[in-house]
Each structure stands twice: as structure tokens, then as C-alpha cells.
Design a protein around this ligand. Structure first.
Ligand SMILES: [Zn+2]
Length: 168
């Protein structure tokens, strides 16, 4: 990782910021997104994360660790990581690290594949990520064909759910 000076977005300096990434608010839509502050190679660790809170049921901001554990993310900026069907990071819930899946340039939006951690999402949505392989409806790994999921890096929890399912 090559550290660059932290850039605070002029439009909203009160948004949470970290050295590895910054939160940007689109003034037109109000939508917020996370953007890299540095260059990362595939396999690099962008940051470690931890739970700032635990809950038994998911909501639209939580990350799933196992069947009954959903966490709020620390550092706070990670809650602004949007979904993409062609993600550039993976949330490894075993190592508790955010890992680059390919090279990321400073300024690139940081995105992850929500079903890589979420079995059944609290707020399914119609994806408009624009990726060639966009799946459209995103509601969690439980609703995605195995052949599609296998193209993605998945958490140990999601893999264990899939192996349970295939035994049925
Ligand atoms: Zn998509």
C-alpha cells in the first residue's frame, strides 16, 4: 500500500474518514460511497475491522458473521461500502479484514458483493451496479444459484450454509 494524503471531501467534512478510504456524498442523489485513498494490489489488506455492536437480526447496515450474529462495522466508514456484482474487495469475516480482490486505484469506489457475507438480507434491492454480470435482484446468498455464487469469494459462514444445503 502506498499511503497518500487524506483527502477530506469539501461537500461534507463531517463524514467519517480513514487513511485508507474516504466517504464521498453525491450532491445530486445524496448517496454516499466509499473511495480508496491509496493504491492496493490484489490480496492487499485495506483494513482490519471489528464489531461496534452485535445483533441477532440483520439490518441494512450489518455484516453477517454466523447464523445468529450480525455486526455493526468499526471503522464506521465501512458502513458506506456499496454493493457491486463485480466487487473489488472481500470482507473476510474469519480474519476480520477487508481484502482487495484486484488492483484498486486511489479514488476508485470500494465495493463488495453483499451475498458474499449475507445469507438472507433484511432489505433486498434491485441492483443497478452496471456490471456485465449484474445479477439484478440482490437478496442474499440463499437466493442465488450455486453456479453463480461459486464465481465469488465467499465467507466461511456462507460456504458452510451452502454445504448444509447440498446435503439436504
Ligand atoms: Zn449488480
Amino acid at each position: 500500500m502506498i499511503p497518500l494524503p487524506l483527502i477530506i471531501p469539501e461537500n461534507n467534512p463531517s463524514l467519517p474518514q480513514e487513511t485508507f478510504a474516504r466517504v464521498v456524498r453525491d450532491p445530486a442523489t445524496g448517496q454516499r460511497s466509499l473511495h480508496a485513498n491509496a493504491f492496493f494490489d490484489a490480496g492487499d489488506i485495506l483494513c482490519s475491522f471489528a464489531a461496534s455492536a452485535l445483533q441477532e437480526q440483520p439490518d441494512y447496515l450489518t455484516l453477517q458473521l454466523n447464523e445468529h450474529t450480525h455486526i455493526s462495522l468499526k471503522p464506521d466508514v465501512l458502513q458506506f461500502t456499496n454493493h457491486s456484482c463485480d466487487p473489488n474487495v472481500f470482507f473476510d469475516t474469519t480474519a476480520m479484514q477487508v481484502i482487495a480482490l484486484r488492483s484498486i486505484q486511489p479514488g476508485d469506489e470500494i465495493s463488495f458483493f453483499y451475498p458474499s457475507t449475507e445469507w438472507k438480507m433484511a432489505q433486498p434491492f434491485h441492483c443497478t451496479c452496471g456490471a456485465i454480470r449484474c445479477l439484478g435482484w440482490i437478496s442474499g446468498a440463499a437466493d442465488i444459484p450455486l453456479a453463480v455464487l461459486q464465481q465469488y469469494q465467499l465467507t466461511a459462514f456462507i460456504r458452510s450454509q451452502l454445504s448444509k444445503q447440498s446435503l439436504l
